[in-house]
Write a protein that binds this ligand. Structure first.
Ligand code: HAM
Length: 450
């Protein structure tokens, strides 16, 4: 017997309901419009990939790889020649890099600018703003080492947050974590600082110390947070080239009017970053829900996939978090366009006829709706009225038989009987008709008013 829990969405997941569609659609359309304005092409990659795509790209010592990946297997493993296990993608960059190489994008004109949108999966501890399936909008610029490109990526995110009406609530935390030249010196300094304090670190950080001391700066445990405050700062170890790169990124952001804060501990939870790292942080984030977006430069990642060294930079928004912020700040969201036409049907024969009519009207590009569960004229007209529909097409038994329909103008409470074959032309005319012209027509034709 099934328990009540079987009918709940899995822990850390949620449904997106029709009443939220305007919000989700507004986000998507805004991002699509801005991304294409900045020259990004849309890419979609599979929801799951071979484990190496993530373990290699994200880093063995990251939280995601160590404890947050979901594995996917065939429920019945008959094919021994098939790869037996995959990982549900916990983030988008690694899959996009795999696709960049697999689809030969190295020979496309560089940089290649790609954006993606879809769900990601992390076995995080669920809480508000932290889900096991969350939506992600990611942007990657591949094949460009210029520091102004880092600033352009940040500016794109900044613009989108402005479009969505929440930019005032957000600040960009920014840092540079150096490159293969200067990072080893910084790692050494970190090791020297933390080694004598090893006993005070959490168990995970103790094991991370030898393998990747930078990860210690990403730990959220209270004791580790305290030690982090006095740790050596990465900016003091940057080589000349990294320092120059960072200077230009910051200067460009100043020119573009992006509000940022230098945050020397921002190393991010993924290992692939070099030089610039940044996050879009909610300024008065009392719940410490985390950032609404984040990213950075990752010049060494494609090389890790066995390709030639290719510089790249990108970031991603956590869509659920941006939308929660929009709701919290009551950011204005345009309503979905109301349907133009409501088809009212009375009786079985009329119901069947109305389905055909809906298909025909939809084919003609009208935005049509119906409520087949409701049978009374009054109830259906009330729904049409509430939905802000401009015309109701009413089909009763008689109309279904003689091929006519009643066309009712919902704003004016006027109606006329017309042939179903004339409906499309008539509706096109009526829906396009400007107000004064309609007034004149009514005066001339003397349309009957109920
Ligand atoms: P990330 O910071 O791990 O970066 O994730 C991007 C965004 O996804 C975060 O800033 C956050 O808003 C959201 N997010 C992360 N985990 C959750 C969760 N459990 N529930 C809800 N939202 C979440 C990346 O994944 C990089 N691939 C971004 C990037 C693109 N870097 C370069 N290019």
């Amino acid at each position: 017997m099934s328990s009540k829990n079987d009918w709940r969405a899995p822990r850390g997941t949620h449904d997106i309901l029709p009443q939220d569609e305007s919000l989700w659609r507004y986000f998507y359309e805004t991002v699509e419009w801005r991304a294409s304005g900045f020259g990004f092409g849309r890419i979609e990659t599979p929801l799951f990939e071979a484990p190496e795509v993530f373990t290699r790209a994200l880093g063995e010592t990251t939280d995601i790889v160590q404890k947050e990946m979901f594995e996917v297997r065939r429920a019945t493993a008959e094919d021994s020649d098939e790869t037996s296990s995959y990982i549900l993608r916990p983030e988008g960059t690694a899959g996009v890099m795999r696709a960049y190489l697999e689809n030969g994008m190295q020979v496309w004109p560089q940089p290649v600018k790609l954006w993606q949108y879809g769900p990601m999966f992390r076995a995080d501890r669920p809480q508000k703003g932290r889900y096991r399936q969350f939506w992600y909008a990611g942007f990657e610029v591949i094949g460009d080492a210029d520091p102004t490109t880092d600033a352009m990526a940040i500016f794109l995110g900044w613009q989108i947050l402005g479009d969505l009406g929440v930019r005032d609530a957000v600040v960009v935390d920014i840092n540079s974590i150096g490159d293969a030249v200067c990072r080893p010196k910084y790692k050494k300094a970190l090791l020297e600082y933390y080694e004598p304090l090893k006993d005070k670190l959490c168990a995970t950080c103790q094991t991370r110390l030898d393998k990747n001391p930078l990860r210690l700066l990403d730990c959220k445990e209270e004791d580790c947070e305290k030690l982090k405050k006095h740790a050596p700062q990465v900016v003091d170890f940057l080589c000349q080239n990294c320092r120059e790169h960072f200077r230009i990124v910051l200067e460009t952001l100043d020119e573009l009017g992006v509000r940022y804060e230098l945050t020397s501990t921002l190393i991010r939870g993924l290992d692939y970053y070099t030089r610039t790292t940044f996050e879009f942080r909610i300024e008065d984030d009392e719940r410490r829900q985390g950032s609404v977006g984040g990213g950075g430069r990752y010049d060494g990642l494609l090389e890790q996939f066995g390709a030639k060294s290719t510089p790249a930079v990108g970031f991603a928004f956590g869509v659920d978090r941006v939308l929660e912020l929009m709701q919290e700040k009551r950011a204005p969201v345009p309503p979905l366009p109301a349907p133009d036409i409501f088809v009212v049907q009375l009786g079985d024969r009329a119901k069947r006829a109305s389905f055909n009519l809906i298909a025909q009207l939809t084919d003609e590009g009208f935005n049509v709706t119906i409520q087949p569960g409701k049978d009374s004229l009054k109830a259906q007209l009330r729904l049409a009225d509430r939905g802000g529909v401009r015309f109701a097409v009413i089909i009763g038994q008689r109309e279904a038989l003689d091929g006519t329909a009643i066309l009712r103008n919902m704003n004016e409470n006027t109606q006329e009987t017309v042939d179903q074959s004339d409906l499309v032309d008539l509706l096109k005319k009526r829906l396009a008709e400007p107000f004064e012209q309609r007034e004149r027509r009514i005066a001339e034709e003397g349309e009957d008013v109920n």
